[in-house]
Design a protein around this ligand. Structure first.
Ligand SMILES: C[S@@+](CC[C@H](N)C(=O)[O-])C[C@H]1O[C@@H](n2cnc3c(N)ncnc32)[C@H](O)[C@@H]1O
Length: 377
């Protein structure tokens, strides 16, 4: 759906000029048929300086960013100039929503708004404070190394806006929890947000259940945190509001997503691990014309990763979830840095949504495990 450009830009203006709500705004790209804007990209965000909160305007000329800080009174004129430039895209992240505006070929606005909010960080140096301090006794007891602490913190950051949408209580299920760094951290963090959290960590390995249960007792968390030794398919998670899975192996991620859907979970968040299932199907499938893409093992695996996650995201949409797929941590930390984040809306899927899914499975001659589990194959 498109709409006239000017009123849509006015809405962007109002969001950016709200120092309490703005987290970040980015203008980028160019409009078809028009000369390029003065800068390749402009990033705006509020920062706290000695003399108060300012709007930081960072203009990137393709070589390096040039940064200036203006008061929110002056910001109106600065923003007016930027909005008048022929940028093709605007992204605005606020504490309560994410808005994207794309200017179409016809010069109209295509606006998408989601209620995914972001944390506002006004520190000038942008050193992101950890949601769970790395020196928290929890990590010491769990024996987590620095890399794992960072990964858990990044995952928490992605879940944070979702957790903040709960008012009193939240039932969390961490499927394929392993050593349960994330399970403990989520439970602790939800409690810090003032929520009554009941959390279950599920792993097929009985030794993990024993270790994690003992640690929960040691940390005085056994009243709200329990562990089950079970396969994800069999675990008792039907009352979960928030289902998470961090690097559950291969199709265990599909099992976790399917359990979340079956439970009608309000939120499902998964960072997938390896994707052998579709890679093997692509190898065996012999799709005509696919040889250049699938003939080489590395490319086939990478393509299988993308295809698997695209189909997962689409299946969740078909089952009444709004989905975004993000990188939750930089790829230097782990190449398994994709995160599928889904919020239940209960919206019905259209025929064309199903057609998008079937087009992909037919074209590549694959049967994704999640499709089978959800009866879509
Ligand atoms: C790579 S580890 C990740 C552990 C943890 N989530 C983390 O990120 O630290 C994957 C875990 O999933 C468990 N797992 C794999 N398939 C499973 C299944 N079908 N049901 C239950 N647990 C499973 C494994 O035993 C293992 O502990």
């Amino acid at each position: 759906m498109t709409e006239p450009l000017q009123p849509a830009l006015d809405r962007i203006r109002r969001l950016v000029l709200d120092p309490e709500g703005l987290v970040r705004a980015v203008a980028s790209g160019r409009r078809r048929g028009l000369p390029p804007p003065e800068h390749v990209k402009v990033v705006l965000r509020p920062v706290r300086l000695k003399d108060g909160v300012r709007l930081q305007v960072s203009r990137d000329d393709g070589q390096r960013p040039h940064t200036a800080n203006v008061s929110f009174d002056e910001a109106e004129a600065t923003l007016g100039e930027l909005l008048a430039q022929p940028y093709g895209n605007w992204l605005v992240e606020t504490t309560t929503r994410t808005v994207t505006l794309r200017v179409t070929k016809r010069g109209e606005a295509q606006v998408h708004t989601s209620d995914v909010g972001h944390e506002q960080r006004l520190d000038h140096d942008r050193a992101a404070p950890h949601l769970m301090p790395p020196d928290d006794a929890l990590f010491g007891a769990l024996g987590a190394g620095a890399a794992k602490r960072r990964q858990v913190d990044a995952f928490l950051r992605a879940v944070d806006p979702l957790l903040k949408s709960y008012e009193d209580s939240v039932a969390i299920a961490d499927l394929g929890c392993g050593n349960a760094y994330l399970t403990f951290a989520l439970s602790r963090y939800a409690a810090r947000l003032g929520l009554t959290a009941s959390t279950v960590g599920v792993d097929v390995r009985a030794d993990q259940r024993e270790r994690n249960t003992a640690l929960a007792m040691e940390l005085g968390m056994d009243g709200t945190l329990r562990f089950e030794a079970a396969s994800i398919e069999e675990a008792n998670v039907s009352d979960a509001d928030l289902v998470v899975a961090l690097h559950a192996c291969d199709t265990a991620t599909d099992d976790a997503l399917a359990r979340g859907v079956a439970a009608g979970a309000r939120h499902i968040v998964a960072a997938p691990c390896c994707h052998h299932d579709l890679a093997a199907q692509l190898k065996a499938g012999g799709v005509d014309g696919g040889r250049a893409l699938l003939g080489d093992g590395i490319l086939r695996e990478r393509f299988a990763d993308v295809l698997t996650d695209a189909l997962r995201a689409q299946l969740l949409r078909l089952h009444g979830y709004r989905v975004d797929v993000i990188e939750f941590i930089d790829s230097a930390h782990t190449p398994r840095n994709t995160l599928i984040r889904a919020t239940r809306t209960g919206g019905a899927a259209s025929e064309s949504d199903w057609a998008h899914y079937r087009d992909l499975t037919t074209q590549w001659n694959v049967k994704p495990r999640l499709g089978t589990l959800l009866g879509a194959a």
